[in-house]
Design a protein around this ligand. Structure first.
Ligand code: ZN
Ligand code: ZN
Ligand code: ZN
Length: 397
């Protein structure tokens, strides 16, 4: 029996809100494959398989979860199914699941109380069908072949705005995941580090993420020495040496919700090789910028403005060319989702947004640093989900 941190009535509200948003998009239904949208509406964190799993959410009437017979026990255990908010439709190994999707759409269209055309949209018989943005091409192509009259669009047109504003239970799950990641940072900083490969330390991080309460460890960037100048460095065979920095960027999922935090370490080794002046100047600049950005978070501030707060400080110190990515990204059931904290996003932050603040400064071939926190935008300002120190971790290693 699984525990559900998100109560059933939340799912009922989300399904109803998604349905209510469809007519304005000229859409008659949402077709959600495995992924964050499905989990958001039903609580079902399904496996990605070559067999189709799909939630059919008509604009009016009950949603139906179509899933392979062998996954039915898992599907049945999800919050929305246990609370009887959705119906289940299993398919056998020799069935055509795409025909089952079409039959569901037909059924919702033919029930006398559900005349989709009466909703006032401009669609034909089926009109728009909004599919999950990350639905595999193999599924979408077969849906299109089965439903040639429909106009296909992206589910994000209705799901993104909803998912970008987290409710209290979601923020608590994100906080639990963040605090678990914070504990792993402290454990890794305690060493040993010098003499081990990045890949070994990375594997240790992934194991510890699970030990500290994640369901899965998903990524563990361990970028040492010159590799710290590459923001998405893949941990490899490089052996960590004394007298160099390590950028540690780690995350996993807890009940579907992601952690994502970065701290920068400096390993002194037994010879006690302290950070160079050059590195200290770089790190102090970064630390000041990231702190100012966290402090600036409030509803109504444009995402672009929040990006600018840190970027200006970094540029003023002479590192403008070395901050080569956006400030951050939303996080929830997807590791990267709206809102994006980038200079092209003029949309204002709203209370309930959860996103990363992760400026970095990278000197190619030499070294780099990044500091990353997940924060929630509260009604009165920032609510910090990570609480570990953002200072440079000067450790023996
Ligand atoms: Zn990244
Ligand atoms: Zn990260
Ligand atoms: Zn991130």
């Amino acid at each position: 029996m699984s525990t559900h941190s998100i109560p059933a009535d939340r799912h009922a509200t989300r399904i109803a809100r998604a349905q209510a948003a469809l007519p304005a998009e000229d859409a008659s239904a949402l077709l959600l494959g495995v992924g964050a949208d499905l989990q958001y509406l039903t609580g079902y964190g399904a496996h990605e398989l070559e067999r189709l799993t799909m939630l059919v959410v008509p604009a009016i009437g009950r949603a139906t979860l179509i899933a392979p017979r062998l996954e039915m026990a898992l599907a049945q255990a999800c919050t929305a199914s246990e609370a009887r908010l959705i119906d289940l439709a299993p398919w056998e190994e020799t069935d055509d699941p795409f025909a089952l999707v079409a039959a569901q759409l037909d059924a919702s269209d033919s029930r006398p109380e559900i005349q989709l055309g009466a909703l006032g949209g401009t669609w034909g018989r089926l009109g728009g069908l909004l599919v999950s943005d990350r639905l595999w091409a193999t599924f979408l192509l077969r849906l299109q072949a089965t439903l040639p009259d429909a106009a296909f669009g992206l589910a994000s047109t209705v799901m993104t705005t909803m998912r970008a504003v987290k409710d209290a239970e979601e923020i608590e799950l994100l906080r639990r995941a963040a605090l678990a990641a914070d504990r792993v940072v402290a454990q890794i900083a305690a060493g040993p580090l010098v003499g081990r490969t990045e890949a070994e330390v990375s594997k240790e991080v992934l194991d510890r993420l699970v030990t500290e309460g994640h369901d899965e460890g998903d990524f563990a960037i361990v970028a040492s020495g010159p590799n710290s100048a590459s923001p998405h460095h893949g941990p490899g065979p490089r052996v960590i040496a004394a007298g160099e920095p390590i950028v540690l960027d780690i995350g996993g999922r807890l009940e579907g919700y992601w952690s994502d935090t970065t701290r920068t370490l400096w390993v002194t080794g037994d010879a006690d090789i302290r950070p160079t002046d050059e590195f200290t100047k770089l790190f102090d600049t970064l630390h000041g910028a990231q702190e100012a950005q966290r402090a600036a978070v409030r509803p109504g501030l444009a995402a672009a403005e929040l990006d600018a707060v840190g970027r200006k400080m970094i540029a003023k110190a002479g590192y403008g060319e070395n901050f080569i990515h956006r400030t951050g990204h939303g996080t929830g059931l997807d590791g990267h989702e709206d809102p994006y904290i980038v200079s092209s996003n003029e949309a204002p932050l709203v209370a309930g947004n959860v996103f990363s603040i992760e400026p970095g400064i990278y000197i190619e071939g030499k070294f780099g640093a990044r500091i990353e926190d997940l924060v929630a935008c509260g009604v009165n300002g920032v609510d910090e989900l990570n609480v570990s120190s953002r200072d440079l971790y000067v450790v023996r290693g």
